[in-house]
Design a binder for this molecule. Structure first.
Ligand SMILES: Cc1cc2nc3c(=O)[nH]c(=O)nc-3n(C[C@H](O)[C@H](O)[C@H](O)COP(=O)(O)O)c2cc1C
Ligand SMILES: Nc1ncnc2c1ncn2[C@@H]1O[C@H](COP(=O)(O)OP(=O)(O)OP(=O)(O)O)[C@@H](O)[C@H]1O
Length: 182
């Protein structure tokens, strides 16, 4: 897998999934796997576009579940060809949605895969409706836990507060969380 900074990659065609992906939980894994499957079917490279630190850590001081190193190692295991890591700082966060759309255009995406709550750009102004004006956007249904709740990084952070490791590992789909374990 090749790791690049934002605005560094140009491709003739691609399938892209986008998100903070903090924790790389089962929902994230399923979304990325679906994008990789489609990239394979279309015979184009698969790209994950992610952020470091996760926007929620930057803006809301939320605890980070996976370090960037751990996140990249987990993404690589899903057979992704390229991961773009945007350095999420004040300068980046203040970019309008149009700038992000311009950047994505360089990837010549055949399909973008996100969940229905995906937002982007300064003040979270950009949504799926806007993105769909420029690209083919596929919305992956939310993966839920056995109780039917959406799996989310926020839920995992709450479970960690209560030391509910069994449930944390259930939602992660694996038995470790290096950043927190050590
Ligand atoms: C160019 C750009 C600017 C952003 N600016 C903000 C912002 O001002 N405030 C905010 O809460 N999130 C901002 N975000 C983060 C998004 O709201 C969102 O967290 C990110 O696109 C990842 O999607 P996800 O949260 O569904 O994983 C920005 C994202 C991008 C791409
Ligand atoms: N349970 C899920 N099933 C499928 N897709 C998901 C799931 N959770 C998040 N996604 C999608 O994965 C991408 C990354 O999401 P994000 O990193 O915001 O995850 P999250 O778990 O919702 O995080 P947070 O709780 O911090 O908002 C987004 O496109 C989002 O819609």
């Amino acid at each position: 897998m090749r790791i690049v900074n934002d605005n560094e990659l140009s491709l003739p065609a691609s399938v892209v999934s986008i998100g903070a992906f903090d924790g790389l939980h089962k929902g994230h894994q399923t979304l990325i796997k679906q994008a990789v499957r489609r990239a394979d079917e279309l015979e184009v490279p698969s790209v994950v576009y992610t952020f470091d630190p996760p926007p929620r850590a930057y803006f809301q001081n939320q605890r980070v579940l996976t370090s960037i190193e751990e996140k990249l190692a987990l993404i690589e295991k899903l057979n992704v060809d390229y991961t773009i890591v945007a350095n999420f700082d004040q300068h980046y966060a203040s970019k309008p949605p149009a700038d992000f759309i311009t950047e994505l255009s360089q990837l010549n995406t055949r399909e973008i895969w996100v969940g229905s709550d995906f937002h982007f750009g300064k003040g979270k102004q950009g949504n799926i409706e806007l993105l769909s004006n420029y690209f083919t956007v596929n919305i992956h249904p939310f993966i839920t836990c056995e109780q039917g709740e959406k799996i989310s990084s926020t839920r995992i952070r709450e479970l960690l507060q209560n030391n509910d490791w069994l449930e944390v590992y259930q939602l992660l789909g694996r038995n470790n969380l290096k950043t927190i374990d050590i």
